[in-house]
Design a protein around this ligand. Structure first.
Ligand SMILES: [Zn+2]
Length: 105
C-alpha cells in the first residue's frame, strides 16, 4: 500500500475484501508463493477462503496468518482504509477520527 496514493486511487484499487486479500498475498509473497512446510513455490487459492493450498504437499496456509489481520473480525477493507487514512501526512486524521469514520468504535 502506497501512502502517496490519492483517496480516489485508493478507492479504485481496494473495493472488495478480495482486493485486500490479493494485496496481502502480494505483500507476503512478492515473487511467488512459498509453502512454509515443503518450500514448494506453487499453491492454489481456495475460493471463498483466505487460504492457499500447496500444490505439492497440500498443506493449507492462511494468507492472513501472522499478520495483524489474522484474528480480526473487522473486514479487511476497513483495516485498509484505517491504515491508509493514518498513513496520510500531517493533516491526516487521528486514530479516533479514523475509527469513527469507519464505524470501528
Ligand atoms: Zn507444501
Amino acid at each position: 500500500m502506497n501512502s502517496s496514493m490519492t483517496l480516489i486511487e485508493f478507492q479504485r484499487k481496494y473495493r472488495t475484501e478480495e482486493d485486500c486479500i490479493q494485496a496481502i498475498f502480494q505483500a507476503r509473497w512478492p515473487r511467488s508463493f512459498s509453502c512454509p512446510k515443503c518450500g514448494h513455490d506453487f499453491g492454489y487459492r481456495l475460493s471463498q477462503r483466505r487460504s492457499v493450498q500447496c500444490a505439492s504437499c497440500r498443506r493449507q496456509t492462511s494468507i492472513t496468518s501472522g499478520t495483524l489481520f489474522e484474528r480480526s473480525k473487522v473486514p479487511l477493507l476497513k483495516w485498509f482504509w484505517l491504515i491508509y487514512l493514518m498513513s496520510q501526512d500531517k493533516g491526516g486524521v487521528s486514530t479516533t477520527r479514523a475509527a469513527e469514520l469507519l464505524e470501528m468504535h
